[in-house]
Design a protein around this ligand. Structure first.
Ligand SMILES: *[C@@H]1O[C@H](CO)[C@@H](O)[C@H](O)[C@H]1NC(C)=O
Ligand SMILES: *[C@@H]1O[C@H](CO)[C@@H](O)[C@H](O)[C@H]1NC(C)=O
Ligand SMILES: *[C@@H]1O[C@H](CO)[C@@H](O)[C@H](O)[C@H]1NC(C)=O
Ligand SMILES: *[C@@H]1O[C@H](CO)[C@@H](O)[C@H](O)[C@H]1NC(C)=O
Ligand SMILES: *[C@@H]1O[C@H](CO)[C@@H](O)[C@H](O)[C@H]1NC(C)=O
Length: 269
C-alpha cells in the first residue's frame, strides 16, 4: 500500500474541471466489499514491468502506471530490444499478467540523459475493476494543474531482493531546477522536475513509477499523474530529477490514437 491515511496532504482545488481525461474511469479507489472484507485498494493503476529471463521466470525490471485499457506508461530505460516483457496489474489474488505486444519510446530519448517516457501496449483490453483502474492523464497540457507537491512510492529494500521492495508513501516538494542543475551538473529543462522529500530513510527510485497528486475534478477527487520516476533502485538521491509528464502528453496521445487496436474484451473469471 503506497499511502497511509494518517498522512495529511493538501487537496488541490483546481479550476480546470472542464479538462478531458484519457480514460474517464480513472484515478480513484473504491472500497472492495467481498462479504465482510471491506478495505481500500491503494493505487490500482500500479503496474509491475516484468522481463522474462533465460529460465523463463520473470524479474521485475520497472514500475509503470496503467493509463488506458491498452497502455502502460513507464520510462524509456525500462525497454530494450529483443526483451520479452509483461505487465502485472492488480494485487494479491486479483493480479493478472498481460503480455506486452508492442513498446514505444520517444525517438529523441537519448538526448534527455537517456531517460524518457515509454509506452507498453498490452492485450487483451484491460477490464477496469476495484483492483485494476487507470490513473488520470489530462489530455490538454495547458490544463495540467501547476502542482508543486507530489505523492510517490518510496521503498525500503528488504533482504530477499527486488520483488520484496516494500513501498511506502512519500510526499515530494518541487524545488528550483537550479538545485538539480548544480548538484548533477546538468542543463535541465521544463521537461524535468527537481523535487525533494523529507524522509531520510526512503528512496524514491523505482524507475517508471509515477509522481502524482490528488486533484478535485468536478467535485470528485482523482489521482492525476504529473511525472515519472527516472532513477533506478541502485540510486537513492535527494533531491532528484523526475520527468515532467506534460511535455509527453502529445506523444502519449499520438501513440494511443494511432495504435489502439480493437480487441475482444477479456472475460473475467
Ligand atoms: C467536468 O464537467 C464538465 C461539464 O459537465 C465536463 O465537460 C468535463 O468532462 C468534466 N470533467 C471531468 C474531469 O470529468
Ligand atoms: C467508486 O467510486 C467512484 C468515485 O468515488 C463512484 O463514482 C463509484 O460509484 C464507486 N463505485 C462503486 C462500485 O462503489
Ligand atoms: C530558479 O533559479 C534561477 C537561477 O538561480 C533563478 O533565475 C530563477 O528565478 C529561480 N526560479 C524560481 C521560480 O525561483
Ligand atoms: C550547459 O549548457 C551550456 C551552454 O550551452 C554549456 O556551456 C555547458 O557545458 C552545459 N553544461 C552541462 C553540464 O551540460
Ligand atoms: C500518429 O499519426 C500521425 C498522423 O499520421 C503522425 O503525424 C504522428 O507522428 C503519429 N504519432 C505517433 C506517436 O506515432
Amino acid at each position: 500500500m503506497y499511502f497511509s491515511q494518517s498522512v495529511l496532504f493538501t487537496i488541490l482545488l483546481w479550476p480546470g474541471a472542464m479538462s478531458q481525461l484519457l480514460e474517464q474511469d480513472c484515478g480513484y479507489t473504491n472500497l472492495t466489499v467481498h462479504g465482510q472484507d471491506a478495505r481500500p485498494v491503494s493505487n490500482p493503476w500500479k503496474a509491475f514491468i516484468l522481463k522474462y529471463n533465460v529460465e523463463r521466470t520473470a524479474d521485475v525490471v520497472c514500475l509503470g502506471t496503467l493509463i488506458h485499457k491498452q497502455f502502460v506508461l513507464s520510462a524509456a530505460r525500462c525497454i530494450a530490444r529483443n526483451q520479452v516483457l509483461a505487465v502485472r496489474l492488480g494485487e494479491y489474488s486479483t493480479a493478472k499478467t498481460f503480455l506486452v505486444t508492442r513498446s514505444f519510446r520517444d525517438k529523441n530519448f537519448a538526448a534527455d540523459y537517456g531517460i524518457k517516457a515509454a509506452l507498453l501496449q498490452i492485450q487483451p483490453d484491460v477490464q477496469f475493476n476495484a483492483f485494476i483502474r487507470p490513473i488520470c492523464i489530462i489530455t490538454d497540457p495547458a490544463e495540467v494543474p501547476d502542482v508543486k507537491t507530489f505523492r510517490a512510492a518510496g521503498w525500503k529494500k528488504t533482504a530477499s531482493g527486488a520483488l520484496s521492495i516494500v513501498l511506502k508513501p512519500v510526499e515530494l516538494t518541487e524545488v528550483n531546477l537550479s538545485v538539480c542543475n548544480n548538484m548533477y551538473r546538468r542543463n535541465l529543462t521544463d521537461d524535468h522536475i527537481c523535487a525533494e522529500h523529507q524522509n531520510e530513510d526512503t528512496c524514491v527510485s523505482l524507475t517508471g513509477g509515477p509522481l502524482m497528486q490528488k486533484v478535485d475534478m468536478n467535485g470528485s477527487l482523482r489521482y492525476v499523474q504529473l511525472g515519472i520516476i527516472r532513477a533506478g533502485v541502485s540510486e537513492c538521491r535527494n533531491p532528484a530529477v523526475y520527468t515532467r509528464l506534460s511535455g509527453y502528453i502529445e506523444y502519449i496521445l499520438g501513440v494511443v490514437s494511432n495504435y489502439t487496436v480493437s480487441s475482444a474484451p477479456q472475460i473475467l473469471v
